[in-house]
Design a protein around this ligand. Sequence first.
Ligand code: ZN
Ligand code: ZN
Length: 346
Amino acid sequence: MKAQAMTAFGAPLEPMDLTPQKPGPGEALLRVSRAGLCHSDLHIHDGYFDFGDIRQPVAIDMPAVLGHEIEGEVAELGEGVSAPAAGTRVAVYPWLGCNACDTCRAGDQQLCIALPRRALGVAKWGGMAEYVHVPFADALIPIGDLAPGLGALAMCSGLTAYSALKKIGTPPPEQPILLLGMGGVGLMAMALAKSVLPNPIIAADIDASKREAALSYGAVEAIEPTPEAWKAIASKRGGAAAAIDFVGAPATFGFGTAALRRGGKYIIVGLFGGKASLPLASLPLRPISIVGSYVGRLDEARELIALMRQGAIPAPPMHERPLDQANSAIDDLRAGKVLGRVVLKP
Ligand SMILES: [Zn+2]
Ligand SMILES: [Zn+2]
């Protein structure tokens, strides 16, 4: 199969002819039709995540195939698997664990730490290829007639946004929710928020075109992330019951935690990196909580696809490019030139 493979961290991807693994019992093979390009692909391509004082290295065997937002048609099923039938359009839940440990049995495959790692496009070959081997056929989620690319996006940016929104819980419906950073995941959260929460949603971004996009997706206000801009909002609506940080940088953390009302919840999703400090006494005294959210669960992925198939959610901006333009797509994403999502087509 043709693939755009990574042979060394930081080096351009190379066209390669690879042989996909045959599906064994319980497994499946997927013919890829779309693979979304995500910021996490850039971090994996760099070879590390920025943890502030240290760089957390990425452990991956070369050649590697990136792409964890995968959509396609079932090509072949392994022994003991009868559904979804060959030819069915599916999205693939890529955040696979061992499927055997306590964490996986509780439904949190995305948090599994068993080795070898199994996440597709992260540890195992992913979607920047003609085929993907899927180690558990359970991970295939039929998408019906969803617009091409939407199922792929649902599995990372969509799922990440959905799982973070669900962590907000049920604050009083008049209290505002703040979404910080209107990149691919932030805009997806904006599009999903109305289906998950009754609260008014306020977007913050430094880029005027992204604020504009947030308004068109249902934000009641879209502001620059400055204390003055927030003060104007807070004087009429009160502090935020929750904020989701889709950037994860010291600046967004400082702005966003200050915007919370007493008892508010700060949910960090973005992997921009760096370090932040805060007065420890503010945790009990305000009293706020700070939690992280990492992609989402398989059952949440199924819920999300069901919501999308009901047509409740508009498609975010998608830009299709042929798979062999993966390198220029990566360069554009790195340069911040992408509004919404680039979707590669083998
Ligand atoms: Zn991703
Ligand atoms: Zn596990």
